[in-house]
Design a protein around this ligand. Structure first.
Ligand SMILES: [Zn+2]
Length: 274
């Protein structure tokens, strides 16, 4: 074992405030692990840890994408269902137009029947007034008949238009169904590839883990869990690249010496200067 835990207590107020409530934060005091070997050794370990984090980040990103895939598929299926309902509504318009036309045709038949009946009655009528009354009835029925015929014609034209609309909607639906099915198949394929990728990265991660002492891994993982998947971060322009906190000269000096693990004052992540 190359590393020992020192008794130095250097928790920042920020770390102290959350250490009890958040198990992901390091329970060990800051700058707690003292080095007994060369500084190159610690730097190598931190770099390996940083690389491990890159595997973790890639795995996390892929798993998130894999998780959203079923929702995406459900969304596509719902879109298809809505399109089917839309097409059915168009078909209902056609059905109601057709039944309206049939009603009018039945009405036309009764009018024609009435005209014929009254025409027969004309032959046997005795008085002039009765004759005139029947003629009037016949005229009225003929006028009604013409009106109904116009309405039937109008319905037929609407039905013809509706047939075109239905055919187009059915084609749209068919095309949309093919499109959605392809998209779903593609999502499933991508998910499968991502799952394989995750397995591969997990294998590489296991190999990477072997390069690092468990103490560091545990510490990194505790921080990582409570810090959005980032347990170690780079120092850039004398600041923590994760939270932006400017680092104290003393910390910068310690990082430079690479004699012990240094944690950010702002976010408690492990700091690494490349
Ligand atoms: Zn920070």
């Amino acid at each position: 074992m190359l590393w020992v835990v020192s008794s130095a207590e250097e928790h920042s107020p920020h770390t102290r405030a959350v250490a009890g409530s958040n198990p992901a934060l390091p329970n060990q005091p800051k700058e707690c692990i003292k080095k007994e070997n060369s500084m190159e050794n610690l730097k190598q370990i931190l770099e390996s840890l940083y690389e491990l984090q890159q595997y973790d980040t890639a795995i996390g990103k892929l798993k998130k994408q894999i998780q959203t895939a079923p929702l995406e598929i459900e969304k596509k299926k719902l879109e298809l269902e809505n399109k089917k309902v839309e097409t059915e509504t168009i078909k209902k318009n056609y059905v109601s137009l057709n039944s309206l036309k049939k009603e009018k045709e039945a009405l036309l038949a009764t009018k024609e029947e009435a005209i014929n009946k009254r025409s027969v009655e004309l032959n046997s009528v005795k008085s002039n007034d009765a004759y005139k009354a029947i003629l009037l009835d016949i005229e009225k029925a003929k006028a009604d008949k013409e009106l109904i015929e116009d309405q039937i014609l109008e319905s037929m034209m609407k039905i013809d238009e509706e047939i075109i609309v239905i055919k187009s909607a059915e084609k749209d639906l068919k095309d949309f169904e093919i499109k959605v099915k392809n998209e779903i198949a593609q999502i499933e394929q991508v998910t499968q590839t991502q799952q394989k990728e995750v397995s591969n990265i997990e294998m590489s991660r296991e190999e990477q883990k072997k390069l690092i002492d468990k103490t560091f891994i545990d510490q990194y993982e505790r921080i990582r869990e409570g810090r959005g998947g980032q347990g170690i971060c780079l120092v850039e322009k004398d600041a923590c690249s994760a939270c932006g906190t400017m680092l104290r000269p003393q910390l910068l000096n310690q990082i430079q010496k690479c004699a012990e693990i240094v944690f950010c004052d702002g976010c408690s992540r492990i700091l690494l200067k490349k």
